[in-house]
Design a protein around this ligand. Structure first.
Ligand SMILES: [Zn+2]
Length: 165
């Protein structure tokens, strides 16, 4: 592993082995990396506490290593795990640390509901989603795109109307 790019650290992406869900990202130094390999439990280096910590050592929610992949330039690892304990990886009690969606106004492919990871959270049942979906389709219907996109069709229809005369 190449620990030189981030002052002795490599990012470790932790993914649920069965669901594919990204659970958390932490950093490993060489010692944390070796402990992870030797014990089979994901161990990080805490930058804030300046110490090694095995994820779940106090909560019991340890991350049992099943597979590890290194990336193309050997400076990041992907760790596929099974979740132990109650299975909630984040210290907030969420299964994954990535439960906060950031709005992306410039997204090219806005597909409501499919760009959010399944966090196991209850979906607010307010009915607002339906209203938002209806509103979002109306500007498209009002646009001139439907007729402007295929001028050949328009010409054909105009010609058809003239024929009966
Ligand atoms: Zn977290």
């Amino acid at each position: 592993m190449d620990f030189g790019k981030l002052d002795g650290l490599i990012p470790a992406v932790v993914q649920d082995r069965t669901s594919g869900e990204v659970l958390m990202v932490g950093f490993m130094n060489d010692a944390a990396w070796q402990i992870t390999l030797d014990t089979g439990y994901v161990t990080f280096f805490s930058r804030t506490r300046n110490t090694l910590w095995t994820k779940g050592e106090t909560s019991g929610n340890r991350l049992a290593v099943r597979q590890i992949f290194t990336d193309c330039d050997d400076d990041t690892v992907l760790v596929k795990v099974d979740r132990e304990g109650d299975g909630n990886v984040c210290h907030t009690g969420q299964r994954s640390c990535f439960y906060t969606e950031v709005p992306v106004s410039g997204t090219r492919y806005p597909v409501p509901g499919t760009n959010s990871p399944d966090t196991g959270l209850r979906t607010p049942d307010t009915g607002e989603g339906v209203d938002e979906a209806l509103e979002s389709t109306q500007p498209m219907a009002d646009g001139a795109g439907a007729t402007a996109e295929d001028p050949a069709d328009g010409n054909r229809q105009a010609a058809d109307k003239k024929d009966p005369q």
